[in-house]
Design a protein around this ligand. Structure first.
Ligand SMILES: [Zn+2]
Length: 213
């Protein structure tokens, strides 16, 4: 349909019910109400990161009710006819994880985290990836495997903008690549590609053999 709005989504690493790979809804009045609220500190950070990644100057990011019941969908960027609207939404918990990370980045370093914290590193990495992934949707990309691969290669950037050292930012990106990305192949194959690798079609920095950062 001409006016149909395709919804592009990011899915979590958990076991996914069949058919949960994508869903669709139009831009809603609820979106507009969320966007009318002033951005929180973490939403502002996410906006600044998304603006840097996209080169766009007026990106809005809000955490709130996305109108999607599937809890594995962490973020959403409405797109129509290959055109996004310079906003994306994330689940409230994603802003919570960004806040935790921003407050104390080193606490969530996968190389050195305390046993009581390490279990949440995966959630932190997903929040970083949600910001990066949805940012590439803002550029109009709709191929989820391509978007997820580009997002993964930008996790380090999101992490460092939130205060992580370069070494930690790279470790967080490596965590996604080694611990989460292989699960994509079996759990959410729409989001996985064999071309997502050092030297693959989706390698954003083919001249560099550092991967995925
Ligand atoms: Zn997506």
């Amino acid at each position: 349909m001409r006016r149909a709005v395709a919804l592009v989504v990011l899915l979590a690493a958990g076991l996914l019910p069949a058919g949960a790979l994508a869903t669709a809804r139009p831009v809603t009045a609820h979106d507009r109400a969320l966007l009318a609220k002033p951005a929180t500190a973490e939403e502002k950070v996410a906006e600044a990161v998304a603006e840097r990644l996209t080169g766009h100057s007026n990106v809005s990011v809000r955490c709130g009710d996305m109108g999607i019941s599937n809890p594995n969908v962490l973020g959403v960027t409405p797109i129509a006819n290959g055109h996004a609207f310079d906003y994306f939404l994330m689940r409230p918990q994603e802003c919570t994880y960004l806040t935790w990370f921003h407050e104390s980045p080193a606490r969530w370093d996968p190389r050195t985290c305390a046993p009581s914290d390490c279990g949440n590193v995966v959630n932190i990495v997903w929040a970083l990836q949600t910001v990066a992934h949805e940012s590439y949707h803002l550029l109009g990309y709709t191929n989820e495997a391509q978007v997820d691969c580009y997002g993964m290669q930008s996790i380090w950037f999101v992490a460092s903008r939130l205060g992580a050292s370069v070494a930690e930012a790279q470790a967080l990106a490596s965590f996604f690549w080694t611990r989460i990305y292989p699960l994509r192949r079996v759990e959410t194959p729409t989001y996985w590609s064999a071309e997502c690798r050092d030297g693959g079609t989706y390698d954003l920095r083919p001249a560099s053999h550092s991967w995925p950062s």
